[in-house]
Design a protein around this ligand. Structure first.
Ligand code: AGP
Length: 615
């Protein structure tokens, strides 16, 4: 996700902003920029690349002024270009309020606002949603900078943390927050505003968290917090004693745990602006250019690696179940070498969090060589795979830093669900059915939040402690939860180095049951609203009869399961089509706590890389 820093005070503003941006680099970015003003001019510099490039680009020149803002961009809307980098300005000829705005978040209604502003004569220079904010403030400028920003914010739909400065108001920074983090740092006659305290922790540990719907007005004389309704808010600073490393992880011990807990907010961003409840349909603008080919596809081949391949397996169930289009999933590393048969009307869907995985890229190129329409689902904007597909959908899940993929997996499943609904609604699915699934999907973040509760986590931690010394685990699931069993096994093996296998539960009797004994726990996904539940119970009895320990993932209100499992990890009941989005969570936590118990390097497991860019 993007990083924001603003400063007002007596230090060298350009140095403070550059230093702050360096401290925000961990958040992941592809471009950066800064803006400063001394009241006569508004100086702006933006680069595609690293903060060091920005530092070199601003090493000379008159970087004077008492206020400044800076931004690291993790692209969501618009490619990785200098024009799309922040800060963004209004119309260059409009001298009555030369302003600069930096933003973290997603503005859902930016297209509508952009059209309205263009009709009023505004000219845009970037592809971003953020630039709309700058032109809106310009449109409402009336001498009171805070009021102009406040009026503009009231037009926005979406998530934002913004900082804005203006040459016409050379001693003011105006900031605001809605569903995107923002924190105020209170120094001695100097003030900082940033996405997180790591940007200014070297200068002050006195912080004030800004809440949703609040604005901050900074001047050299002090700060004011007001609501969007212009009501003053009094809030005392608190002292934090985290070190910078701890702050980068948001207070977590590991990025992986931070990213597991981020899933509710990440999935809200993944779904933002893409669900049309009224018509029971999804909107995926990134696929608009190829919607025809997709909706008339004779067959869909999904190809990916690792966790993304598991997401693809969930996608296969969803596409066939909901849209009734034949779908199959291939390991990219296999697909690329086995001269696959690709008939006319085949659409290939490549899934990759990093967008740089060599096997997936090679599979993409092979499919294109054979004339297939190739679409992508990626998290990193402007990544190689994103650029080489004909069209695609970005996850908007924010950077995933832990090597073990967590929030990207649930975000990929969310996008695959939206694609399945899009296809299904162009075929036989009714508005009502579409509404029911999309309503439930929209509420998934709250359902996941119900699992991420301390008492549930404590239970998982105890189970992890009890089984951390095991050498083998079996993960079992049926139907749409079979891929979740595979994913749970992969999570455990890649961060705790315990051997773990995922299997369709019914496959037990074709071999794996020979492994069952009291030393090998079985993790089984057993949802009592799954039509196959009675068969899953029989699988559990087979395991218990051979002395195997069972850790069951079950619905909150399932009473039967208690008699069939040694441990039960509870999840809220959701439509079976969406159940992988909740059953995955306890398995991510189980793997995490087992790895912690074993003292493994959770974020950088041995032999693994976040993006496998080699064969
Ligand atoms: C997942 O936890 C692993 N780190 C790995 O399997 C990963 O999913 C795989 O390498 C694919 O990566 P991609 O999604 O970036 O292409």
């Amino acid at each position: 996700m993007c990083g924001i820093i603003g400063y007002v005070g007596n230090k060298n503003v350009r140095d403070v902003v550059i230093e702050g941006l360096h401290r925000l680099e961990y958040r992941g970015y592809d471009s950066a920029g800064l803006a400063m003003t001394d009241g006569t001019t508004l100086e702006i510099k933006k680069v595609v690349g690293k903060i060091n490039d920005l530092e070199r680009a601003t090493a000379h020149g008159a970087w004077k002024g008492a206020i400044g803002i800076g931004h690291t961009r993790w692209a969501t809307h618009g490619g990785v270009t200098e024009l799309n980098a922040h800060p963004h300005t209004g119309c260059p000829w409009n001298k009555n309020i030369q302003l600069a705005v930096a933003h973290n978040g997603i503005i859902e209604n930016y297209r509508t606002l952009k059209t309205m502003l263009e009709k009023k004569g505004h000219m845009f220079s970037s592809e971003t949603d953020t630039e709309v904010i700058a032109h809106l403030i310009e449109e409402y400028a009336n001498g009171d900078f805070v009021e102009a920003v406040r009026t503009a914010l009231n037009d926005l739909v979406g998530a934002y943390a913004i900082v804005a400065i203006s040459a016409s108001h050379p001693e003011e920074i105006v900031a605001a927050r809605f569903q995107s983090p923002l924190v105020l740092g209170v120094g001695k006659e100097e003030y900082y505003i940033a996405s997180d305290p790591s940007a200014f922790i070297a200068h002050t540990k006195e912080i004030i968290h800004i809440e949703d719907g609040e604005m901050v007005h900074l001047t050299p004389k002090g700060y004011k917090i007001i609501s969007l309704k212009n009501i003053p808010i009094i809030r005392k600073a608190t002292h934090i004693d985290w070190d910078a490393k701890k702050i980068e992880k948001g207070g977590y011990d590991h990025y992986m745990k931070k990213e597991i807990d981020e899933q509710p907010s990440a999935l809200r961003d993944t779904m933002r602006g893409r669900i049309d409840l009224e018509n029971g349909v999804s909107h995926l603008n990134g696929l608009a250019s190829h919607l025809e080919q997709l909706q008339h596809a004779k067959r869909i081949i999904i190809t990916a690696c690792g966790t993304s391949w598991h997401a693809g397996l969930v996608g296969e169930y969803l596409i066939e179940e909901l849209a009734r289009i034949p779908a199959e999933v291939e390991y990219a590393s296999e697909f690329r070498y086995r001269s696959p048969i690709i008939e006319k009307g085949t659409v290939v869907l490549v899934i990759s969090q990093s967008g740089e995985t060599a096997d997936t890229l090679a599979a993409l190129r092979e499919a294109k060589r054979q004339g297939a329409t190739v679409l992508g689902i990626c998290n990193v904007v402007g990544s190689t795979i994103a650029r080489e597909t004909a069209a695609g959908v970005y996850l908007h899940a924010g950077p995933e830093i832990g090597v073990a993929s967590t929030k990207a997996f649930t975000a990929q499943i969310t996008i695959l669900t939206l694609i399945s609904i899009l296809l299904a609604r162009s075929r036989a699915m009714s508005v009502e059915k579409g509404k029911v699934i999309l309503e439930a999907l929209k509420n998934i973040p709250e359902r996941i939040q119900e699992i991420l509760q301390p008492e549930k986590e404590q239970k998982i931690r105890e189970i992890a402690k009890k089984h951390a010394s095991r050498d083998h685990f079996l993960f079992l699931g049926r139907g749409i939860n079979f891929p979740v069993a595979l994913e749970g096994a992969l999570k455990l093996k890649e961060i705790s180095y315990i051997h773990a296998e995922g299997y369709p539960a019914a496959e037990m009797k074709h071999g794996p049951i020979a492994l069952i004994d009291k030393r090998m726990p079985s993790v089984i996904i057993a949802l009592d609203h799954d039509p196959l539940y009675p068969k899953i119970l029989s699988n559990m009895e087979e395991i218990l009869a051979r002395g195997g320990d069972i850790i069951a993932v079950a619905n909150d209100n399932d009473k039967t399961i208690e008699k069939k499992a040694n441990h039960v990890l509870r999840v809220p009941q959701v439509p079976i089509e969406l159940s992988p989005l909740v059953t995955t969570i306890p398995l991510q936590l189980l793997a995490y706590y087992v790895a912690v118990e074993r003292g493994c390097d959770v974020d950088q497991p041995r032999n693994l890389a976040k993006s496998v860019t080699v064969e």
